[in-house]
Design a protein. Structure first.
Length: 128
């Protein structure tokens, strides 16, 4: 343990994060409360962005016009998820499966990825 109880209390108070999250952040920051607070705030902002992206993507898919979702990074296609109602069976599965895959990929690769939704009429829509 390379942090003080006071640092733990301060970080928990300022970030409202769980004990486990605060403990891990303090350990990663070598006990520096300011660095731990900053790291936790950044993580919270990233999670908010991911949730907003997930909501946008889910809404687009639920409209029913989308044919596939493509995740690109620096122009290279990382993942292409077809949206076939017959295979996936039902609106809930269609909305949940590709969104989960895409959001997980963005979490892994970072926010420099682009999401493109290809519609059934051939048009493409970028989700940001």
């Amino acid at each position: 343990m390379n942090y003080t109880v006071e640092a733990l209390d301060r970080v928990m108070e300022e970030t409202k994060a769980s004990y486990q999250e605060v403990k891990e952040a303090l350990e990663a920051a070598n006990g520096d409360a300011n660095a731990a607070i900053e790291a936790l705030k950044e993580r919270k902002a990233e999670n908010k962005k991911l949730n907003e992206l997930k909501e946008k993507l889910t809404a687009i898919i639920k409209k029913g016009d989308a044919k596939k979702v493509v995740l690109r990074r620096k122009g290279e296609e990382l993942i292409s998820v077809p949206l076939n109602l017959g295979i996936l069976g039902g609106i809930v599965s269609v909305a949940a499966a590709p969104v989960a895959v895409i959001v997980a990929a963005i979490a892994a690769y970072g926010f420099d990825c682009k999401i493109e939704v290809e519609n059934r009429d051939g048009t493409k829509e970028e989700v940001d």
